[in-house]
Design a binder for this molecule. Structure first.
Ligand code: NAD
Length: 255
C-alpha cells in the first residue's frame, strides 16, 4: 500500500502524462467553503428529508420543507467563496492539464474560482422561475423572502409555484449536459473523482463510464464509497489538502 506522499507522486505522474484529464466533483469539494454536503454526519440529510419533484409540485407541506432546507443552504451559498480545491482545479485548467469539470454541485464555486469549462449536471442555485407564467426570480429575491419567513414561495404575478433551476430527485437530467458529460467520460484517460458519495444516480454513473472506457481514476474523498475499487489512486483525505500538495509538486517540476 502506498503512503500519502507516494500517492501524491503517483497522481502527479498520472496527471503530467495524461492526454485528457477531467474532474468529477460533488458536494464534498465545497464543504471546506462552509457548505454542508448531504450525507456526512452533519450533512443536510441529517436534518431534512428529501423532497421529490412530484411532492414539490403537488404537496404544499413538502414544498415548505424544501424551502426550509433551501433557506439554510442558500444562506451558506451566498457567503461561500472558493476553497483550495476549487482554486487548484482552476489553476490546473489554466496550466492546460485539466480539460473539463463535471460537477453535481449547484454552488457555482468552480466558476467563481476561475474554471471556464464546467458542466453542471444538477443545474445551479442562481436562477428560479415561475412554473406557470415563467417569470424569472433571482436567488437574492427568494432568499429575502425566506428570511422574512415566507414558507411557500409563489409568483408575485400569478401565484404560481416558483422552482429553482436545480434538478430535483425524481426529475429528468438536463439532456445537453448529461450527453456532454457522457461524451467526456468516454474520451478522458484520467479522471479525478472528488467529494462525492457516488450515490446519486444517474450522475454517479459518469465515473463508471470513464472507468469502463479505460480511464484511470483518482478518488479524493474523506470517506469510503462503494466504488473505491475503481480507483487507481485512492485518497481518504480532504480535497483541499490533496489538491494543494499535488499542485505544489506540479509547479515545482516546472521550475
Ligand atoms: P454527498 O453528500 O452524497 O457526498 C459527499 C462526499 O464528500 C462524502 O462521501 C464525504 O465523505 C465527502 N467529503 C466531505 N467533505 C470532503 C472534503 N473536504 N474533501 C473530500 N471529501 C469530502 O454529495 P454528492 O455525492 O455530491 O451528492 C449529493 C447531491 O447533493 C449532489 O447532487 C449535489 O447536487 C447536491 N448538493 C450540492 C451542494 C453544493 O452545491 N455545494 C451541497 C449539498 C448537496
Amino acid at each position: 500500500m502506498l503512503n500519502y506522499q507516494e500517492k501524491i507522486t503517483k497522481t502527479f505522474e498520472l496527471v503530467v502524462n495524461s492526454k485528457f484529464l477531467v474532474a468529477f466533483t460533488g458536494a464534498g469539494v465545497s464543504t471546506e467553503s462552509g457548505i454542508p454536503d448531504f450525507r456526512s454526519k452533519n450533512g443536510l440529510w441529517s436534518r431534512f428529508r428529501v423532497v421529490t419533484l412530484q411532492e414539490f409540485l403537488f404537496d404544499k407541506e413538502a414544498r415548505k420543507e424544501f424551502w426550509r432546507m433551501r433557506k439554510e443552504l442558500i444562506g451558506q451559498l451566498i457567503k461561500a467563496t472558493p476553497n483550495k480545491a476549487h482554486l487548484c482545479l482552476a489553476e490546473l485548467e489554466k496550466m492546460g492539464f485539466l480539460k473539463y469539470i463535471i460537477t453535481q454541485n449547484i454552488d457555482r464555486l468552480h466558476q467563481l474560482a476561475g474554471s471556464q469549462r464546467v458542466v453542471e449536471l444538477h443545474g445551479n442555485n442562481q436562477e428560479a422561475h415561475c412554473l406557470n407564467c415563467k417569470k424569472k426570480y433571482s436567488i437574492d429575491d427568494i432568499y429575502e423572502r425566506l428570511i422574512k419567513n415566507e414558507e411557500d414561495i409563489t409568483c408575485y404575478l400569478c401565484k404560481g409555484i416558483i422552482k429553482p433551476k436545480i434538478v430535483f430527485f425524481g426529475e429528468a437530467m438536463p439532456q445537453k449536459e448529461m450527453s456532454f458529460a457522457i461524451e467526456i467520460a468516454n474520451k478522458c484517460d484520467l479522471m479525478f473523482v472528488i467529494g462525492s458519495s457516488l450515490q446519486v444516480e444517474p450522475a454517479a454513473s459518469i465515473p463508471r463510464i470513464a472507468y469502463h472506457s479505460g480511464a484511470k481514476l483518482i478518488f479524493i474523498n474523506k470517506t469510503e464509497t462503494e466504488w473505491d475499487f475503481m480507483a487507481e489512486v485512492l485518497f481518504h483525505d480532504s480535497a483541499g489538502k490533496v489538491m494543494t500538495d499535488l499542485l505544489d509538486m506540479i509547479k515545482s517540476s516546472l521550475r
